[in-house]
Design a binder for this molecule. Sequence first.
Ligand SMILES: Nc1ncnc2c1ncn2[C@@H]1O[C@H](COP(=O)(O)OP(=O)(O)O)[C@@H](O)[C@H]1O
Ligand SMILES: [Mg+2]
Length: 270
Amino acid sequence: MSLLEIERLGVHYRDHQALIDVSLRVMPNTTVGLVGESGSGKTTLGKAVLGLVPVSSGSVRLSGQDITHLRGRARRQLSAQIQVVFQNPYLSFNPGRTIGQAVAEPLTRERPADLGERVGAMLERVGLDRSAADRYPAQFSGGQLQRIAIARALMPRPRLLICDEAVSALDLSVQAHVLNLLADLQAEHGLSYLFVTHDLAVVRHIADEVVVLRRGRVVESGPVAQVCDTPNHPYTRALLAAAPVADPAEQARRRALRRASRSVQEGLVS
Ligand SMILES: Nc1ncnc2c1ncn2[C@@H]1O[C@H](COP(=O)(O)OP(=O)(O)O)[C@@H](O)[C@H]1O
Ligand SMILES: [Mg+2]
């Protein structure tokens, strides 16, 4: 059975129809890449699954249960099963709380007796020292913070992790590191990813299936090799043509851009 099943989903903001008749499914232990240019509706789709935007038509099911309109306590209980990692790790952490408090946060209601031990083990699992728990977000790089965000998201042992441009702000080498970590964690825990990105190179690396969104509609979907190697839709072909090439000059340009945008982000929190 599908872990996540979205059927003919419609979301609109005032007069703007952000998603139109969107259907997709995510099987257990698999990664679905959701691609499309900026403004195509990717973030809106993730938010609809998380119950953060009002759904005007269609449905979202998790393991067969209709969760489309869950609110309040029932919605909060779902957070044990669906977690999310966003693009900007600098905005994902409260600067006044320690990393240990942040990572423990999804379990603060439960307060298991071994919480400290579980936080330490999870930090180690994402490649950090246990002592990171006593430090503050400002003491870490963007790549480290994104690994900490992943650690926090995995604490309740979710079945679905929504990654919304989760590696887009990172240097290419750090990106590769985080993508490999996600792949390893999937192999260990059998969780699924809905991996939102505008970057087809990333999708090729991590996804089993790809769904291509354009102006709120699905224009193409299928296994990653099929969509990336023999795209049917002209829009997918255009996205592929615009995707980064293995060109050192282009890579250097992108690194410089990322560094610049990171210093802007760092400026925001300090
Ligand atoms: N809160 C909002 N109110 C009004 N329009 C929005 C809101 N959030 C997003 N939109 C619009 O909905 C469309 C899809 O946005 P989004 O889901 O963020 O796209 P993506 O993540 O693919 O860049 C865009 O046209 C965007 O301007
Ligand atoms: Mg987005």
